[in-house]
Design a protein around this ligand. Structure first.
Ligand SMILES: [Zn+2]
Length: 349
């Protein structure tokens, strides 16, 4: 079978998957993710949202790259909670969010105001005036009341203040800063596939990665480890190989072919791939009780105003498109003082 026909067949049949590997005997690890059904689900839900319509291609590409990156970053840490990758833009894309949980459930959304050129790149979308920011948040699953999740924020420009053209540059910069580890990222997305390759140097001593910063104290960085940045020959060689992967290859080739083409001279130790039920998949954690909480936050006056104007309060989830509707009776229930709830008639599903 010719390569292209094979690739096409793969594209139709393969579920989203994540593969992790080590370079045998070398201080380098890698992982590759290919989101197909999970990514198409995110796009399809947006396309069926009559209020917004489908994403413009450049926005879909950015959000797909963010979703692939969030999956890789989540899989790269041992952390029981959501990894949320956000871009706060100063251009037409006001905010873009991709969230990945430890079970590799994913969701993503973007808010776009105004038009953008069909060939818009990162700066035109989110960094027109160099004021765009990228935030990485680790939100623990079982957090104690009052705990603030760890958040790291990086600008969308380099050390000289030049606007960065690619999301992978932004995130490589972030990971070098936060983990003190060289990281190479290759990301790509279109309307069918969102994919990414991550190569990272292993710390010189012990475990060093994001999880160490999820608490309140800043981790002490190993001096020997910092001294290695940019200087490890094995990492540098593998990083150059990884960087030679083109957008087209990442989007159209299956994972086995990609790894063989890039690293045929290296000895890889492969882990069991995560696919199917244990692989990356779309899931949204919104719910009626959370929306009720949000309405409570609005206050009774504003809620009554909306009810008087429209008859009910309707809230849609930006991630999955689900609509939540509260009529006057539901709303009254939300604002009923605690302890005065009518049994069996709570707004919680
Ligand atoms: Zn939802």
């Amino acid at each position: 079978m010719p390569d292209s026909a094979q690739a096409q067949q793969k594209e139709e049949s393969v579920l989203s998957e994540l593969h992790k590997f080590l370079f045998d005997g070398l201080p380098v690890r890698g992982m590759i993710v290919r989101l197909t059904d999970a990514w198409q689900e995110i796009l399809a839900r947006r396309a069926s949202n009559t209020a917004t319509g489908a994403y413009a291609p450049p926005v879909a590409e950015l959000l797909g790259e963010m979703t692939a990156a969030a999956t890789l970053m989540q899989a790269n840490i041992k952390f029981n909670g959501a990894l949320i990758l956000q871009i706060f833009g100063d251009g037409p894309v006001k905010v873009a969010v991709a969230e990945a949980k430890p079970d590799l459930s994913l969701r993503a959304t973007a808010k776009v105001i105004g038009n953008l050129p069909a060939d818009a790149r990162l700066p035109e979308m989110v960094n027109e005036n160099n004021k765009g920011r990228c935030a990485i948040t680790l939100d623990p699953k079982d957090k104690l009341p009052g705990t603030t999740p760890y958040q790291g924020v990086v600008p969308l420009f380099d050390d000289e203040g030049e606007k960065l053209g690619k999301l992978s540059d932004v995130l490589q910069h972030y990971m070098l800063q936060s983990e003190q580890l060289d990281t190479t990222l290759v990301l790509a997305a279109d309307d069918k596939v969102a994919a990414g390759l991550l190569i990272q140097r292993l710390p010189v001593k012990g475990e060093g990665n994001l999880e160490g910063q999820s608490g309140t104290s800043v981790r002490d960085h190993d001096q020997a480890n910092q001294d290695q940045i940019g200087l490890n020959e094995d990492y540098n060689r593998i990083s150059i190989l990884a960087s030679s992967l083109t957008r087209d290859e990442l989007l159209t080739l299956d994972i086995e072919t990609i790894l063989r083409r890039l690293f045929w001279e290296e000895k890889l130790l492969r882990f069991e791939p995560q696919a199917g039920l244990l692989g990356p998949h779309f899931a949204c954690t919104c719910g009626r009780d959370r929306v009720a909480q949000m309405i409570r936050g609005l206050g009774v006056e504003e809620a009554e105003e909306i009810l008087a104007e429209r008859g009910d309060i309707e809230v849609g989830c930006d991630f999955c498109g689900k609509q939540y509707r509260f009529d006057a009776v539901d709303a009254a229930q939300i604002f009923r003082p605690p302890g005065d709830q009518v049994p069996g008639s709570t707004v919680v599903q």
